[in-house]
Write a protein of this length. Structure first.
Length: 135
């Protein structure tokens, strides 16, 4: 497997990486202004979770990782829940990654943010780093 990027809209690709695996470690790194998370799978694969960085001083499009979780059982399914903020709306948007393991739905990552004016993106991305590679 080579390193790859998965966007919040690519549920099938994320499913390919996670199904049949366990998440043995989950770390939330709150360094800098936008936290990132690292999920380590039982085969050594690392998933680096990053919220969208809108790149505007107005904070439009900024999504922040709020939580991550381990999963001690084999993952059998993956879903992404998308509830983005409306452009120019009030309120916060949410993106969540859920897995099914041992017949239980587990929230393994939650991102919160605001689309603002809608010109600076939304959601999150996942960088998949194969075992033995540095990222």
């Amino acid at each position: 497997m080579s390193e790859q990027w998965i966007g919040h809209w690519e549920e099938d690709k994320l499913r390919e990486v996670l199904v049949g695996r366990k998440i043995v470690d989950a770390e939330l790194k709150e360094e800098g202004w936008n936290p990132e998370g690292v999920l380590t799978l039982d085969d050594g694969t690392k998933l680096v979770l990053e919220g969208n960085e809108g790149g505007c001083a107005c904070s439009s499009g900024d999504y922040f990782l709020k939580s991550v979780a381990k999963v001690d059982n084999i993952i059998t399914n993956v879903t992404i829940r998308e509830d983005p903020a409306e452009d120019y709306g009030d309120g916060e948007g949410v993106y969540e990654i859920y897995v099914i393991a041992d017949n239980e739905q587990i929230n393994v990552a939650r991102f919160e943010g605001d689309d603002g004016n809608g010109y600076y993106g939304t959601g999150f991305s996942v960088r998949v780093i194969p075992p033995g590679k540095e990222g």
